[in-house]
Design a binder for this molecule. Structure first.
Ligand SMILES: [Zn+2]
Length: 132
């Protein structure tokens, strides 16, 4: 089962389906060894789970991102989206629990309340630098 989270851009609402390879997750959270993660990733790739998830994401218009390739992305609207799970404590870290294991939606702080929050990103106030 490929681990994919959908991140909506807090500014323009564009959706990103982010694939978290097990090797990446394990190395970050220590829930397994990188070697074990790499093996599971390979199995998922071989089983077509990753491709299937990618096709599903693209079918609904989401942008597919492999977090091991792109730990950070900048939305087309200019907002930086931080994909590091460690910065999103709401992500359930339990393994093997039935329920929201896949396709969890991590809400970015999209309502600028002003100076609240410890999120490393820039909720609501990305630097608007039209430098084209
Ligand atoms: Zn955006």
């Amino acid at each position: 089962m490929a681990l994919v989270f959908t991140f909506p851009c807090g500014r323009c609402g564009k959706k990103y389906s982010v694939y978290y390879p097990k090797a990446f997750v394990y190395s970050v959270y220590g829930t397994g060894t990188p070697a074990q993660g790499a093996r599971e990733d390979a199995e998922e790739q071989a089983a077509g789970a990753v491709d299937a998830a990618k096709r599903r994401a693209e079918a609904v218009g989401n942008v597919w991102v492999d977090v091991s390739q792109q730990p950070k992305i900048t939305c087309t609207c200019g907002k930086n989206l931080d994909l590091d799970l460690a910065h999103h404590p709401r992500v359930p870290q339990r393994k093997g629990v039935s329920g929201a294991r896949q396709a969890g939606v991590i809400a970015f702080p999209s309502t600028p309340k002003g100076g609240h929050g410890t999120h490393k990103g820039t909720p609501g106030m990305p630097k608007a630098s039209p430098s084209s």
